[in-house]
Design a protein around this ligand. Structure first.
Ligand SMILES: [Zn+2]
Length: 161
C-alpha cells in the first residue's frame, strides 16, 4: 500500500499528500489540480508493490507536488516552446522552398511533424532551466513513488502498441 499518495479512482490518478513543491523546493502546493500529474505506463506485469490490488491499471497519473509559481513557469515555457517550434517550422519551410522549389514537399512530409512533436518540450525544458526550477521530467524522476514504479516495470514513455 502506498502511504505517500491517495488514489483518486475516478480520475485514475494518485494524489500526493506531500505539498512541498518538488520543482523549486521552496513553495507549497495549495491546489490539487496545480500539481503535475505525470503519466506512467505499465510495460511488464511484475509489479509486486501493486499499488491497489483491487484495481488494475496499465496507465496511471502520479501527482508530483507543484506550487502555482512552478506551474505557471511550466505552462508558459511550453507555450513559448510551441511558438518557437512553429516559427522554426515555417522558416525552414521557406528556406527549403527558396532553395529547392517544389521539392519542399519532401521537407513537408517529415519536417513539421518532427519539429512539432519534439520541439515544444525540448525548448520548454531550456526555458524552465533558465528559471532555476526542475522541468517536469526531472521532477518526476525525483519522486520516490515514480522511482519505485520505474523499478517495477513501469515506464514514463508510452509503449508502442
Ligand atoms: Zn515550486
Amino acid at each position: 500500500m502506498i502511504q505517500s499518495h491517495h488514489l483518486n479512482n475516478k480520475r485514475k490518478r494518485l494524489e500526493p499528500k506531500e505539498t512541498l513543491c518538488t520543482f523549486c523546493q521552496k513553495e507549497h502546493s495549495k491546489n490539487m489540480d496545480k500539481n503535475y500529474f505525470c503519466p506512467i505506463f505499465q510495460l511488464k506485469d511484475r509489479t509486486n508493490l501493486l499499488v491497489y490490488r483491487s484495481v488494475q491499471f496499465n496507465k496511471l497519473h502520479i501527482g508530483i507536488p507543484r506550487c502555482e509559481g512552478c506551474q505557471a513557469i511550466h505552462d508558459s515555457s511550453y507555450f513559448y516552446g510551441l511558438t518557437l517550434s512553429i516559427l522554426i517550422t515555417a522558416i525552414l519551410g521557406g528556406l527549403f522552398y527558396l532553395q529547392y522549389g517544389i521539392y519542399v514537399i519532401f521537407y513537408l512530409v517529415f519536417g513539421p511533424a518532427f519539429i512539432l512533436v519534439l520541439g515544444p518540450q525540448f525548448f520548454a525544458n531550456i526555458f524552465t532551466k533558465q528559471k532555476n526550477i526542475l522541468n517536469k521530467k526531472e521532477g518526476a524522476k525525483k519522486d520516490l513513488l515514480v522511482i519505485e514504479m520505474l523499478r517495477n516495470g513501469w515506464s514514463l514513455t508510452q509503449p508502442n502498441a
